[in-house]
Design a protein around this ligand. Sequence first.
Ligand code: PLP
Length: 399
Amino acid sequence: MNFDPASSLQDTLHLDSATKGVNQPISDSATFAFETGDDMLKCFHGEKEAFLYSRHWNPTNLELSKALAAMEGTEAAWVTGSGMGAITSALLQLLKAGDHIITSVTTYGGTYAFLKNWITKYGVEVSFVNISDLKEVEKAVKPNTKVIYTETMTNPMLQISDIPELAKISKKVGAKLVVDNTFTPMIFSPIKLGADVVVYSMTKFINGKNDTTAGAICGSKDYINSLIDLNDGTAMLLGPALDPLRSSNIHKNLFTLHIRMKQHSYNAMFLAEKFQENNISVNYPGLEKNKNHNLMKSTMNKQFGFGGMIAIDLKTVENANKFMYIMQERGVGYLAVSLGYFKTLFSNSGKSTSSEVPENVQKEMGMSEGLVRYSVGLDNDIERTWQIIKECLQEIKFI
Ligand code: PLP
């Protein structure tokens, strides 16, 4: 596979045609005028392409969407005001009452809650599976299965989904494979591996600044057009469109993503090795001993590394809380949810971003109550950071 998401993205750069500005102008209009009533009517009937209203399209969101589509290798994309806006719109467009979706049981807690508690109210059947067990996935298939859903690297267990194999299963049964690639932009190109739709929380690595929530849906032209169909498009009618001011910022941040991913990955690999050397139970797919290492190696775009996410197991909530408190005091990072920021962030998943998942299900997934999830930052001297982390571990008498 020779696809290079960073080069493909870079090739979308162009001067603003009106002013020769190096960045694209921000479109500051919610509505757009037509020369004639007839032109407007044609636009409503889909006979004329034009900007109509910002909830549908605006020029700034279109620029960002084109860049994202190039990065993913899809025909089109559409941008939303949050990752959940993207996930919920993407799924609701593919599912109706009486349909069935198979989903990884380990996903972001909000996605889990949406599939467990919300979509079921509208007559959609949901099966939660261990996505690494392909036999279990196949067994869960029903005649009404319309979607298989997973995260390329799952939150917070850092399982790697076998996208090529899941794509085979979904194609065989006529379902769509929808993949959340939030943890691993550029590292994985799910569409190139056979997925049908890719969703993102751009709040995370893609934007990388923690100054806004945002999301994206990437897929075929037909699918994206169906999402924003004026009469029955989920995105058009539920209205999660991204604000163009934010869109413009994210668009600019996108062009440093490849460098940031490489540094996040370098720093995470360094820390993961140090945890391993100190006999801390560490989950990082970059480590050769990790059970997902070979699968990741054989399906990833190697130049971007194994990503910025690490999970370590401190066995108890008390240990995790003490450790995170000291790390924050010493400046290692912030005790905060979310990820993909330039400063390291850490949280105890079971009591935060996965707290929507009942404790018994957390146990079934193998999620320890002492799991500390790191989103490793862009530190210039990661050895210095490790020394501080080591002191924190010694102070709580864990090593
Ligand atoms: N997908 C993943 C993997 C996430 O970790 C998150 C948030 O943490 C989301 C989706 C939801 O994104 P947002 O918070 O932008 O709605």
